[in-house]
Design a protein around this ligand. Structure first.
Ligand code: CP
Length: 300
């Protein structure tokens, strides 16, 4: 385990080890205990696309473990704006830091960076590709909130075409023997390249939530990814197609957990926030201990 470009860079044991380590790190993530396990280490956070959770939770994780971070959240304040290529930027930054967290709008950018970097590259989201550290915190949240990681019915709803979080999560959930139910408009269906790596019997596909909702243990909702639509008219046709409300969830199991990588726009009504179903803010916090665990593992 050197670079974390896709979830395939981690086998099931690696994943469980990281989740177990993350669980032990929760008191440090909460600031109740201290640690210096990353003392003397520098991690670069290079964000060529906007982020709130991924960047700030990585930077919190590094700080809580006594490390230092350098980086940027606005590529227009870097030499990218003068025409510097991603390859050249990675060559520089990998000389300044002991690991690089990279978010970039281009699918495959993290792979390109990993191919030239002597220090670990952690994919913080590459276009409509993958978001493997989000998958780790999603798995951690499922295990904590539902009590297990296997044998679950998981609905994945929304923009399954451009939503990179569901690409890496689907693969991981199928590896842990869960049943996946993809719910999306036809033009935002899960790509064949994702389905091809899942077992043939572990998923179903539909554009209706209501029929499958009563069977679900987890409902993973995603935002329609406006920024990835080549034509705004196509976006407007599907922008408000799904809206999860507290009333809709009356047909769900009482123990159903609603997750979302966030940010949300209108796909989960705020009246869900106060129900026992809402797990998405806890999920966002879980990014801190999980990213702490990953960083410690990579730096060992
Ligand atoms: N979940 C997630 O990737 O959020 P950000 O875009 O805010 O980092």
């Amino acid at each position: 385990m050197k670079h974390i470009v896709t979830i395939e860079d981690l086998n099931n044991k690696d994943i469980i080890d990281i989740l177990d380590r993350a669980k032990k790190l929760v008191p440090i993530a909460e600031g109740k205990k201290t640690s210096n396990s990353l003392s003397g280490k520098i991690v670069a956070t290079c964000f060529f696309e906007p982020s709130t959770r991924t960047r700030l939770s990585f930077e919190t994780a590094i700080s809580r473990l006594g490390g230092n971070y350098i980086g940027f959240a606005d590529p227009s304040a870097t030499s990218h704006i003068k025409g510097e290529t991603l390859s050249d930027s990675i060559r520089m930054v990998s000389g300044y830091a002991d690991a690089v967290v990279l978010r970039h709008p281009q699918e495959g950018s993290a792979r390109l960076a990993a191919d030239i970097s002597p220090v670990p590259i952690i994919n913080g989201g590459d276009g409509a590709g993958q978001h493997p550290t989000q998958t780790l915190l999603d798995l951690f949240t499922i295990r904590e909130e539902v009590g297990k990681l296997e044998g679950l019915n998981v609905g994945l709803l929304g923009d399954l075409r451009y939503g990179r979080t569901v690409h890496s999560l689907s693969e991981a959930l199928s590896r842990f023997n869960n049943k996946l139910h993809f719910i999306s408009p036809e033009n935002l269906a899960i790509p064949d390249r994702v389905k091809d790596v899942l077992g043939p019997d572990c998923w179903s596909e539909s554009n209706e939530l209501e029929k499958i909702l009563p069977d679900l243990d987890v409902l993973y909702v995603t935002r329609i990814q406006k920024e990835r639509f080549p034509d705004i008219e196509d976006y407007l046709k599907v922008a408000d197609i799904y809206r999860i409300t507290a009333e809709l969830l009356r047909d769900a199991k009482p123990e159903l957990k609603v997750m979302h990588p966030l940010p949300r726009v209108s796909e989960i009504s705020t009246d869900v926030d106060e129900t026992p179903h809402a797990a998405y803010f806890k999920q966002a916090f879980n990014g801190v201990p999980v990213r702490m665990a990953l960083l410690e593992t990579l730096m060992e």
